[in-house]
Design a protein around this ligand. Sequence first.
Ligand SMILES: *[C@@H]1O[C@H](CO)[C@@H](O)[C@H](O)[C@H]1NC(C)=O
Ligand SMILES: *[C@@H]1O[C@H](CO)[C@@H](O)[C@H](O)[C@H]1NC(C)=O
Ligand SMILES: *[C@@H]1O[C@H](CO)[C@@H](O)[C@H](O)[C@H]1NC(C)=O
Ligand SMILES: *[C@@H]1O[C@H](CO)[C@@H](O)[C@H](O)[C@H]1NC(C)=O
Length: 503
Amino acid sequence: MSLSFRWIVANVTILIFATLTLSVSSAPQSNQKVFSSFRFGEHPDWEPLRHSSGISPYHDAPGADIEPPQGCSVTAAAFLIRHSSIYANDDEWEEYMQPFVERVKDAKGAFPEDGPLGFLNDWESPINEDNLEKLTKPGIKDAEKFGKRFRKLYPHLLPPKKLGKKKGILDNLKVKVPFKVWTASSERDIGTAKAFIRGAFPKYQEGHGGEGDGKYISLVEVPNKDPNWSASLTPHKVCDRFTKEEGRKDAREYLRNWGPGPLAKLQALAPSFEFELKDVIAIQMLCGYESVIKGIGKSKFCNARIFDAKDYHDYEYFHDLIYHKMVGYASDVAPYLGVHWLNTSTHNLLSADEGEGDHPHRPYSAASKKDPHLPAPPGLPNSTHTQKLFAYFTHREEPPMALVALGLWNQTEVGPLPLDTRQKDRVWRTSHVLPFLGHVAIERIRCDDKQNYIRAIVNGAAQTLDHCKDGPGNSCPIAQFKAFVNQRMSMYGDIEGACKIEQ
Ligand SMILES: *[C@@H]1O[C@H](CO)[C@@H](O)[C@H](O)[C@H]1NC(C)=O
Ligand SMILES: *[C@@H]1O[C@H](CO)[C@@H](O)[C@H](O)[C@H]1NC(C)=O
Ligand SMILES: *[C@@H]1O[C@H](CO)[C@@H](O)[C@H](O)[C@H]1NC(C)=O
Ligand SMILES: *[C@@H]1O[C@H](CO)[C@@H](O)[C@H](O)[C@H]1NC(C)=O
C-alpha cells in the first residue's frame, strides 16, 4: 500500500466520522454541540461566574461560534491558552480570601442559621497552603474536554487517530517529527497540557498520561524563567518593567469607593461577625474558586441572596482595573510582551502551505526530554513547519497581552477607566478572555474564492480587526494581515528595550 493511499484512507475515515457526527445532531447545530459542554446551565440570565474575570471555569465569550465563515475552512491555527482551573492563586488567597477564612474559623455560630451565610458555621475551606496553585479535578476534566473540542473542530489539522493504533492500517507509517504541544513549565500548565492531549488524541498516541508517546505526539516543556524572551512562553516573567502592583492599587481604590454598599449588606446578614471591606472580594472570589473545585452550582458563596448581579458586575470591574494596568492597554510593556507570539504564529500560519521544504528540521524539533527548548531566536515557539495547529499553554498574563498586540478591545480608544465608578461601556472585559482555559487564537482560513484570510478568535468568538475586515465573516486578507503584523513588530518588537529599567 502506498504511503499517500494510507493517508487518504485515514482522512476519509475522519471524514466519515465527521459526517456521522454531523448527521446525528440536527444541522446547523454542529458547533453548538461542541460548545454546549462549556455552557453554564442554571442561570441563563445571570450567572456570577460569567462576571468573575479570571476566577471562572472556561466559558465561551459572547457571540462565540467558531464555525468558519460560509464557504471557508480552517487550514491552520495557533492558540495561546491559559492553564485550567486551580484551587487558588496565592496572591489572591493571601490578600483577600485567607484573612476572611481565618476569621470565619474563629467565629463559628456567628452566622444566622436561616440566612444565606448560615452555612459558614460549619464550612471548611477547600483551599489550603498545600493545594494553592494546583489543578482541580473539574479543571483537569475541562482541559480534556477542551482537547476533545479540538479533535471535533480541527480533525484535519491533527495527526490521524488511526496513527499508531495496533494492527491499524497505518501501523507502519513513518513519522519524521511528532506533533508538538507546547507548555510553560509550571505544574499547572503541564498538567493542563497533558489533559488536553488525553482529550485530543487516542490512548496509543498520548504516552503515559499525556506527555505524548514521543513518536506521534510530543509535549514540549518551555522553561518559565528562561532569561531569553525568545525562548519563553512567559515573557512577563523575564521583563523587569512588568508589574502587577499598579493595577492592584487601582482596584483597591475602586473597592474603597464601591465596597461600602456590599459590605453593609454583609453586615446586615450577620451582625455579630466583624466583616472587613476586603471580605466583599473574598466572598466573590470564593464563589469562583469553590465552583472550580467542587463543580459549577456547588458553591453556597454564589447565592444571589448574598450578592446580586450588580455586585458581580462591580466585582468584574475590579478585576478589569487590575488587568488593564497589568496586561492591558494601560501597560506600556503589554504590546511588547504579546507581539512575539503574534509574529511567530503569523509566520507559522503563513508557512502552513509551504511544506517542509524551506524549513529544515532542527535537531531539537523532536523535542526530546533532554532538550525541551524551543527553536533558537528569532524563532520563539515557531517549531518546524511540520504541523498546522499550534497549541501553547501558559499563564493568565499572556493571552491578554496577545490581544493588546493585535490591538483588539483597545480601551484607550473608548476612554479611561475611572476608579470611582464602573465604566459600563468599556470594551476591556477580562471575563471574556481570562477564565481558566481562556485563549487568544489566530486562524488561517481558505475560502471558495481560493483566497486565504486570517481571523482572530477569543474564547470561541471571532473578532473583527477594524482596519482589516474585507474577507468573508470580516476576516482579514492574508497579505494585509502579514503587513499589519510587520507594522506591529516595527512598533513593539524591541522587547529588551521596553523591559529595561532605566538606572
Ligand atoms: C537570546 O538568545 C540569542 C541566541 O541564542 C542571543 O543572540 C541573544 O543575545 C540572547 N538574548 C539574551 C537577552 O540573552
Ligand atoms: C518575526 O517573524 C518573521 C518571520 O515572519 C521573522 O523573519 C522575524 O525575524 C521575526 N522577528 C523577530 C524579532 O523575531
Ligand atoms: C523560525 O522562524 C524563523 C523566521 O522567523 C525561520 O528563519 C526559522 O527557520 C524558523 N524555525 C524553524 C525551526 O522553522
Ligand atoms: C490603542 O488606541 C490608542 C488610541 O487610538 C492608540 O494610540 C494606541 O496605540 C492603541 N494601542 C495599541 C497597543 O494598539
